[in-house]
Design a protein around this ligand. Structure first.
Ligand SMILES: O=P(O)(O)OC[C@H]1O[C@](O)(COP(=O)(O)O)[C@@H](O)[C@@H]1O
Length: 336
């Protein structure tokens, strides 16, 4: 079953646009759950790709999500939406985003989900690579660092071409909280979370800036105080806890992760050369290797093209090393 539509009824990303015109971009999303379908919605709303294809084992679910999205096409930038329970729907994709996996339940950590999800990656990656060998693969499924490490093994793809959404979302949570505390626009806060997308993640306070001022020297503005050690610790704790709070309240996180994923997809499809904290396989950076974790990385049409070596304070480097250690221990536990 493939359910699809096109504005002019014909043409797709593989054969060219309607009427055989210029080739257009195609985004394939694996998993039509809360994250996958919200990501599709966000990508369509932002006009990130001309074709959005959804793949899910649950035929009724994928059909329903596709229909619902198709009915909104009139109000979006020009696009085509298709969906199927057959991997062929992903053929010729420029970007494949993997969101499929076991659902996180209240109280479960991301690592609790690992085993079933790793098995799923082993099953689905070879078929995806067969139909979309040139796509850039973005893993979103949690625990994303472990899933990315496993997917690299199962796909045989180079680390530039396959990486994880990592701490792009955590960094936007951090920026939101800092912006709220300081009373400035979130876009003016430049700060990254590095390491694991999870409990051992590290805010890179020492390199963060607000409006050109080093965050650690932020004097406060409009009656609001500086970011003291206590405030920073509270914010860092809140970043880690917020996903759990959302899951407790509504069962899943979907909006912010859908937007974060879309941001990564745009950086690839539009060849933006944008620095984003995605999860990549380390090969000696900061003395770390054979582990996937997040560091600011140049993302362009090639994928995760090059890592930026951000200067780290001693405690940040120590945090990164222990994050790497805990991820390696989990990977070993699952025989990776
Ligand atoms: O604070 P400035 O210098 O005005 O920069 C704002 C710009 O930086 C951004 O927040 C991106 O920041 P990063 O490069 O730190 O990710 C944009 O969204 C925004 O347009």
């Amino acid at each position: 079953m493939t359910t699809s539509t096109s504005p002019q009824g014909t043409g797709d990303a593989t054969t060219g646009g309607p009427g055989g015109g210029a080739r257009t971009t195609k985004l394939a999303i694996v998993g039509a759950g809360a994250v996958g379908s919200t990501l599709a919605y966000a990508a369509l709303m932002r006009g990130a790709a001309r074709t959005v294809a959804l793949l899910d084992v649950n035929r009724a679910k994928v059909e329903a999500e596709v229909l619902d999205l198709q009915h909104g096409i009139q109000f979006m930038p020009m696009a085509r939406v298709e969906g199927s329970d057959d991997v062929a729907v992903c053929a010729g994709a420029d970007v494949v985003v993997v969101t499929a996996g076991a659902k996180q339940k209240p109280g479960q950590t991301r690592l609790d989900l690992a085993e079933g999800t790793i098995g799923l990656m082993r099953t689905i990656l070879p078929g995806l690579v067969e139909v979309a060998p040139d796509a850039v693969y973005v893993m979103v499924t949690n625990p994303v660092d472990i899933v990315t490490y496993a997917a690299l093994k199962f796909s045989g793809l180079p680390p530039t071409q396959l990486f994880g959404s990592g701490t792009v979302l955590d960094s936007s949570r951090l920026r939101f909280l800092v912006a709220q505390h300081c009373g400035v626009a979130v876009q003016n806060v430049h700060a990254y979370i590095a390491g694991e997308h999870g409990d051992s993640e590290i805010p890179l306070w020492s390199s963060a800036t607000i409006g050109g001022v080093p965050l650690l020297e932020w004097p406060g503005l409009g009656g609001r105080g500086p970011l003291t050690g206590e405030v920073r610790d509270d914010i860092a704790r809140e970043v880690v806890q917020s996903a759990y709070r959302i899951i407790e309240g509504k069962g899943a996180t979907n909006y912010a992760v859908g937007l974060a994923g879309t941001r990564i997809i745009e950086a690839v499809l539009d060849d933006e050369h944008r620095i984003l904290p995605v999860s990549t396989l380390l090969d000696g950076a900061y003395g770390l290797d054979d582990v996937c974790l997040s560091l600011p990385t140049l993302v362009d049409r090639r994928g995760a093209a090059e890592r930026v070596e951000v200067p780290l304070a001693d405690e940040e480097l120590a945090g990164l090393r222990s994050s790497a250690e805990s991820l390696r221990a989990v990977a070993r536990r699952f025989g990776l």
